[in-house]
Ligand binder design. Structure first.
Ligand code: PMT
Length: 404
């Protein structure tokens, strides 16, 4: 595991009885060699004095955007950090962050931060369970933040349940794991296909499908987070991704996606085929809008290239290829067939029979089948960001210890 030595960490504290635990977090981080700056909301200073944190971190603690010392440059702090930890994050803080309400230095630094943000909530059990809190959590996950799960046990109210701030060691190991994982795909180049394809019928109409691009974009994010250089060939999707390690190639048709993917794959270590590619396209594309005439209309379709199968044929011994299978019946049997036919190293199966899985959802439920064995890996319904991590975890065995 990599150490936290030299890592620049902003600790952002909001007002909860659990503030005292953050003194241990700061102390552990300093012991690990991290460079720590602490900011506090005014409410949190009523639980533990800023003096405690400035003594431990050896730097002044800021609480306001404008203070007696002058203007505290939240943009600079947001850009300085390798990671920001918001803990304890109260229900109010979660709500503000989820909705971009910038009424504290903490929120201003959060909105300015370019680094990964870890949020460790703390509140009473009913506040934690409330749909408004849970919706805010989902929003914050959707923005790419990491949630450190709440602990269960005795709460400040005397009640028992979920809502306790995670223990200092847990928060620390989240950070350590994160920085270790960030190196796992360093030096690797990854091609990802994502989104639908549109096959034009005339200048107005097309044959398409319901893919949003979310799954492929989540994979691009996850690969970049692990340090890989990502080439994302993205069909017509309203979504995009802005990350220095991700280059996006916008395409519309299967033919265009095929051309881009073929050109890119020879230089890549891994291909992930998350796109929902139209298998057929109209043989003729009318150059003017087709007019309504007879009661029936026939369009002759011709086969599109199978991008994944073509890459599977070209795959070199050092390369790996992960396919997807979207099924409605006899799922594992069909997925295994595709894995073999297209020369995949692994296939990610999602079934339209599973609620919350497949097209457009923010969640997915997958089973991964590997070429090397017959043991299906079945996963729970999770956010697509978490699903992407599960998928990439299978590559850890393909390139072991190269980053160490
Ligand atoms: O984009 P979202 O809304 O987030 O939805 C995600 C998803 C449901 C699109 C995704 O999880 C998924 O399942 N993608 C693959 C869908 C699909 O087309 O599966 P398939 O079983 O038809 O194709 C098998 C594999 O061959 C896939 O890897 C596909 O990308 C690839 N293929 C298929 C046909 C073709 N002409 N070229 C291909 O590369």
């Amino acid at each position: 595991m990599l150490s936290l030595s030299g890592k620049r960490i902003v600790i952002a504290i909001s007002g909860s009885i659990a503030v005292y635990k953050m003194a241990f977090v700061v102390r552990l981080l300093i012991k690990k060699g991290a460079d720590v700056r602490v900011i506090m909301t005014p409410a949190s200073t009523r639980f533990v004095s800023p003096l405690t944190f400035s003594t431990l971190s050896k730097y002044p603690v800021f609480t306001e955007v404008i203070s007696e010392e002058g203007w505290n440059n939240h943009v600079e702090m947001g850009l300085w950090a390798d990671a920001m930890v918001i803990a304890p994050a109260t229900a109010k803080t979660l709500g503000h962050l989820a909705h971009g309400i910038c009424d504290t230095l903490l929120a201003a630094v959060y909105l300015s931060a370019k680094c990964p943000v870890f949020i460790a909530p703390a509140m009473d059990l009913d506040m934690w369970a409330h749909p408004a809190t849970q919706r805010n959590i989902q929003k914050l996950i959707g923005y790419g933040n990491y949630i450190v799960p709440v602990g269960e046990g005795e709460l400040a109210s005397g009640l028992h349940g979920a809502g306790r701030l995670a223990e200092p060691e847990t928060i620390l190991s989240f950070l350590e794991d994160f920085f270790a994982v960030r190196q796992l795909m360093k030096g690797k180049k990854v091609l990802i296909t994502a989104g639908p394809t549109y096959e034009p019928i005339d200048p107005v109409r097309f044959i398409g499908n319901r893919s949003s691009g979310k799954m492929g974009i989540a994979l691009a994010h996850a690969c970049a987070k692990r340090g890989a250089e990502v080439h994302l060939v993205l069909g017509p999707s309203s979504l995009t991704i802005d990350h220095p390690l991700v280059q996006v190639y916008r395409v519309e048709t299967a033919g265009q996606m095929h051309k881009e993917a073929l050109a890119l794959y020879s230089d890549c270590d891994l291909g992930i085929m998350a796109a929902a590619v139209a298998d057929y396209r109209p043989r003729e594309v009318a150059d003017k809008k087709m007019k309504k005439s007879s009661d029936q209309m026939e369009i002759t379709l011709v086969k599109n290239p199978d991008i994944a199968a073509d890459l599977g044929r070209r795959k070199m011994p050092h390369q790996r290829l992960i396919g997807f299978a979207l099924e409605t019946d006899q799922e594992q049997q069909h997925a295994r067939g595709k894995l073999e036919k297209k020369n995949f190293d692994a296939i990610v199966l999602n079934s339209l029979r599973d609620k919350g899985a497949g097209f457009q959802y923010d969640t997915n439920k997958i089973t991964i089948l590997l070429a090397q064995d017959n043991k299906p890996r079945v996963f729970e319904l999770k956010s697509k960001a978490e699903v992407a991590e599960d998928i990439l975890d299978i590559t850890n065995d393909w390139w072991p210890n190269e980053s160490e």
